[in-house]
Every structure is written in structure tokens, then in C-alpha cells.
Write a protein that binds this ligand. Structure first.
Ligand code: BTN
Length: 274
């Protein structure tokens, strides 16, 4: 269950090239190094069975054991069909979250799944997936879309329910896995091929169906209308979650009026029922 069928993967991912490592510090770091040295041309997929120094958002560490899916897609930024401009990276983050949501829904069903802005996936308020997008800027930006999904990871009795998570000081940091939810393992090859198809399909929607994608995201969004506390590079922020704007940024209603949050993490939420 925890071994990839590489021949099947190569067929399913084509025309994207597959780079597979039994062990590597970070699939995102490796991809970025190869792009810098002009050794890697998109589309490509970098996969490892054992990531030893995974990186998370906002400088965090991402811990994952064998049985977790740790993978990076190297793709050219989609262009808007109307003006041929590369779409904003915030929209790419939304498309990626929706791709993971629909992938996991095939195994877990939609009911308990939610997307937490910008792109964590939750099952009953427990984190099951993290996404780290890093971009190489140029006339056509190249994105490294790193995805870590807790698939066949065993739950632990202590604080974090299973091993794969960003190490953070967030008060709410419960995690779960597909194994934890279903009570049995699933084939990693199948999860990865489904995710690849979803990613291609949903990044294509960025070319001419952004509004539909935005609605899709907002209907699966965790905490809409909840009071939220966030950590942002500019410091803490709080307000009622109203949804996402045209760039994929979070809109919150604060005491001083609406505020747009471009980068940050939701660290606490309260359903005030208003
Ligand atoms: C987060 O929730 O903070 C994002 C975690 C992203 C983890 C993935 S695993 C594959 C890829 N390689 C990395 O080093 N990080 C991402």
C-alpha cells in the first residue's frame, strides 16, 4: 500500500516527467534547485516515499513518515484566456485546495471535508493536508506546488492525532489521516493519480472559469461567517470571515470595516452564530 507503482504513475502523469526518490529532504527544495540550475522543465512531478526535512508555510517544518503522500508539481502558471496574463498566485492556491478537496472526497466523502483558507484541508476540524506553493518569477512564472497529505499514517495517542503536520505554535493543531478516518490503508498510487488529474483540471479552470472556481471554494470553505484570529506577516488580525476576493485573498469584517488578508494562517475561530 505504501509503495508506488512507478510504471503506472509514469503513464498516468504523462506528459509530466516523474522524478522519484526513495528518500529526499524536501521535494519542493529539490525542485527549486533544479529549476535554478535549468535542469527541470515543467511539467514535472517530484515524489518521494520518505521526506526527511519537509517545509511548511510561514517557515514551518512539515513532518511526515512513510505512508504520507509528499509530492511537488512543477507547472507553468496558467494564463487568463481573456488577457493572456499569468493568473495571480492566490488564485492558484485556491485551485490547488479545490483539487485536493475533490481528491479526498473520493475516499472520505464531501460531508466532513472543508478547506481552511488559504489551502489547508480539514476533516471535522482536523488537518489532513498542507500545501506550500513557491514560485520562480519570470515572463511565465513557474510554480512548485508542494502537497503533503496524511494518507496511510498511524494515529498517535498524544496531542497530534497522527504524525504529519506543520510544527507550529498554533493552539489548534489536531491532525488526522485517511487511515485514521477509514480504519484501513488505501493505495498511494491511486491517490496520486487522482490528485494529478484534479490538479490539471482545476488549474485549467483558472484560464476561463475563475468565478465558478471561487464559488466552488467558498461553498466548501471552513469558517465562513465565523469570527477568526489570524497570524499574518504584518502581525495578528481578527474579524468575521466573509469569503475570498478576486485574487484569492481572505476578506474579514473587522471593527474598522472590511480588511483583505493576502498572507497568513487562521489560528483560532469561534462560531458566534451571527
Ligand atoms: C503547511 O501546511 O504548512 C504546508 C505543508 C506542505 C508540505 C509539502 S510535502 C511536499 C512538499 N515538500 C515540502 O518540503 N513541503 C511540501
Amino acid at each position: 500500500m505504501n509503495e508506488y507503482n512507478l510504471a503506472e504513475l509514469r503513464r498516468a502523469l504523462s506528459p509530466a516527467a516523474l522524478y522519484y526518490w526513495t528518500e529526499i529532504p524536501s521535494t519542493n527544495s529539490w525542485a527549486l534547485e533544479q529549476i535554478a540550475g535549468q535542469h527541470l522543465i515543467p511539467p514535472a512531478v517530484v515524489l518521494t516515499a520518505n521526506q526527511t526535512a519537509g517545509r511548511g508555510r510561514m517557515g514551518r517544518h512539515w513532518q511526515s513518515d512513510v505512508g504520507g503522500l509528499t509530492c511537488s508539481w512543477v507547472l507553468e502558471r496558467p494564463r487568463n484566456a481573456t488577457n493572456q496574463q499569468p493568473v495571480p498566485v492566490g488564485r492558484l492556491a485556491i485551485a490547488t485546495a479545490i483539487a485536493v478537496f475533490h481528491t479526498l472526497a473520493q475516499w472520505l466523502g464531501r460531508e466532513k471535508l472543508k478547506v481552511k483558507w488559504p489551502n489547508d484541508i480539514l476533516v471535522a476540524e482536523q488537518k489532513i493536508c498542507g500545501i506550500l506553493i513557491e514560485s520562480v518569477i519570470g515572463p511565465t512564472p513557474i510554480d512548485v506546488i508542494g502537497i503533503g497529505i496524511n494518507v496511510n499514517l498511524r494515529p498517535l495517542p498524544e496531542l497530534n492525532k497522527c504524525r504529519s503536520a506543520s510544527e507550529t505554535n498554533e493552539p489548534l493543531r489536531k491532525t488526522t489521516s485517511v487511515l485514521d478516518q477509514l480504519g484501513h490503508s488505501v493505495a498511494l498510487t491511486e491517490v496520486l493519480t487522482t490528485l494529478h488529474q484534479q490538479l490539471i483540471q482545476n488549474t485549467r479552470r483558472l484560464e476561463n472559469s475563475w468565478e465558478e472556481l471561487r464559488q466552488d471554494y467558498q461553498s466548501q470553505m471552513f469558517g465562513k461567517q465565523y469570527w477568526m484570529r489570524l497570524e499574518t506577516p504584518q502581525g495578528p488580525a481578527e474579524g468575521k470571515c466573509l469569503g475570498i476576493d478576486d485574487q484569492g485573498a481572505l476578506i474579514i469584517e473587522t471593527m474598522l470595516g472590511p480588511r483583505v488578508i493576502v498572507a497568513g494562517s487562521v489560528v483560532e475561530w469561534i462560531d458566534r452564530g451571527d
